[in-house]
Design a protein around this ligand. Sequence first.
Ligand code: NDP
Length: 297
Amino acid sequence: MARAIIIDGKAQADALRGRVAAEVARLKAEHGLQPGLAVVLVGEDAASAIYVRSKGEQSLAAGMHSVTHRLPATATQGDLLAQVERLNGDPAIHGILVQLPLPAGIDSGAILAAIDPDKDVDGLTTVNAGRLASGQAGLVSCTPLGCLILLREILGDLTGKRAVVVGRSILVGRPVAQLLLGADCTVTIAHSKSRDLPAICREADILVAAVGVAQMVRGDWIKPGAAVIDVGINRVPFRDPVKAAQGKTKVVGDVAFAEACEVAGWITPVPGGVGPMTVACLLQNTVTAAKRLHGLA
Ligand code: NDP
């Protein structure tokens, strides 16, 4: 049986970063505008520090202005709000990202709400969720945007396609569904209370899994030839008993990849599919925000 085409998220992300860098160069040359990204990191979370470093390096590599503000874990809500307010008013900064999770005792919702929606390059403010839901131009969170860019790259026009999104989180499922609706797909959003999930999934020309349950979507849930976007990131023990005994884990998606490859037309691997697109989309959002703030888009 034909095997699915594996969507190379890393190559797509490289290409997107290249397009972003070219646009940054054009904005500098033609308008004297250098898009600026500020990332705020609170505390010492090791994984967050790695993500933040990568965001800083990638934005500099794209020719952007990039600053990272590190606050100690003892920072108060007031300290963080004051930092966000300073960035809201800084004309050199067009994108603000507060790295989550925040330390206990800080109200993440209140911090996100304080970010100027026109600088909210993570697309997490209620204003941007509302703009997306009502079809207005806004800033869309990076992982959903990455999913849509990948789908457009492989399928082109998405008009009329049946899309099923499994997962309805604010962060991934809902915005992905809104983007697909905006691209004129017929969209079903499934979740933990959906009945007969395999039958719902089998209707999908485009199947997006954003669940957080390792390898839940089986091969026989997939319509032959469908495009499968696996957003899930799940750590599971190795099958090899020696590695498992050493406590080693590997990352798998929400889709049973080997089975799905026998049925799908296209599929994103995990890792190496949606994940690499996320930071590239953050850079793109920062350029978009800079252009809008300067009346150039
Ligand atoms: P959430 O836990 O916030 O949401 C999970 C969603 O899946 C919920 O809507 C839930 O339904 C649904 N769900 C859970 N179990 C089932 C089930 N058995 N059947 C059907 N639906 C189910 O997760 P996120 O949306 O934040 O993330 C989803 C996955 O994507 C995670 O693995 C996460 O790590 C990954 N992720 C990857 C990113 C990347 O860059 N690649 C970025 C962000 C997330 P209900 O609402 O009914 O509870």
